[in-house]
Design a protein around this ligand. Sequence first.
Ligand code: EPS
Length: 392
Amino acid sequence: MKYMTAGESHGPEEIAIIEGIPAGLQVSEADINQELARRQHGYGRGQRQVIETDTVKFLSGIRHQKTLGSPITLNVHNDDHNHWASIMAPNDVETPENSVRKVMRPRPGHADLVGGMKYRHFKDLRNVLERSSARETVMRVAVGALSKKLLKELDIDVHGFVLNIGPAKTDLSKLATIKNLEELRTTTESFATRTLDEKADQAMKQVIDSAKAKGNTVGGTVQVFATGVPAGLGSYVTADDKLDAKIARAIVGINAFKGVDFGGGFDNAEKFGSEVMDEIYWSQERGFYRSSDNLGGFEGGMTTGEMIAVRGVVKPIPTLYRPMHSVDIDTHQDHPASIERSDTTAVTAAAVIAESMVAIEIAKAILDKFDCDNLDRLKEQLKNYRQEIKQF
Ligand code: EPS
């Protein structure tokens, strides 16, 4: 399975084309819209999310709510384009009237400056920010929603939530009382910060409010879990085929993500081997299994059959209403960075995006391994494979 997205933040449309989804998967636009809404709603988002009601349109590859096996085209309209129609017009030549709202003072931490150098956009850095904007993640979540529909058919569940926003952290001991991802989903989706407990939710909101009042922004950490993933996805034989490496790349590829780890991750660096390895057991009904999951469901770049656990670090959003030092690209004079409308934090959205990326990579790994022309055939093969693994 492969996909590509296209679209500028204030351009007319966002598009994704996906190839390799098996024929026969039941999916409606409402299924995708539900996930798009999750990405939009979250504490700390800015005015843009009031303007947009992200809804998908199926343009190809789906007939009567069933995939055909042909390339699927998904389309989300940018409602905000109305306000930018002449500035972003694809087919009008540049005039003094449509070349307003130029960005000349690059924001530290955004792609503005280096993107401008690389593509020679020396007259207007808007030519960079329109694509580097995290608006594009709406399509990754749409592709993720489709991937999750497929994974659900294969009894695989994926869920993302928020561990901390700035200094406000959730109480991880709460995880011990949660039985499965469905229950975790119900809990975390009930909080506007998409976290695990009421106290953390309140503390996170305070951190966001205080950052906003100071014209500042704040980052955080998100956690993604995936259950039901069979052992043996990915491979140890070449670096390119390691599934944890593919997931790491997919996570750091999300706008503003600066770090990723698996299981205990960076914390494992301070421990001894006996505290970190997941001991091996066997039982008649489960086959081989582990007593812990400190390695986040991976050994040798392959899934172990335990829960996949991935964390991602999201830096604070670079657009500050109280801007940092910058330099005008035309005059080379010192100047505070440009101020563009933005969010105080997008960590709640980041959890949904990271969840989508993990779902996409697991779906890709399965579709790479098995015949993926038809969903029923794929299900049959996966059932046989799971049986074989259990009998090892
Ligand atoms: C973004 C800036 C803001 C965010 C945007 C990402 O957009 P605008 O400048 O239009 O207010 O709201 O995110 C989205 C539009 C979205 O749907 O997530 C940026 O600079 O990355």
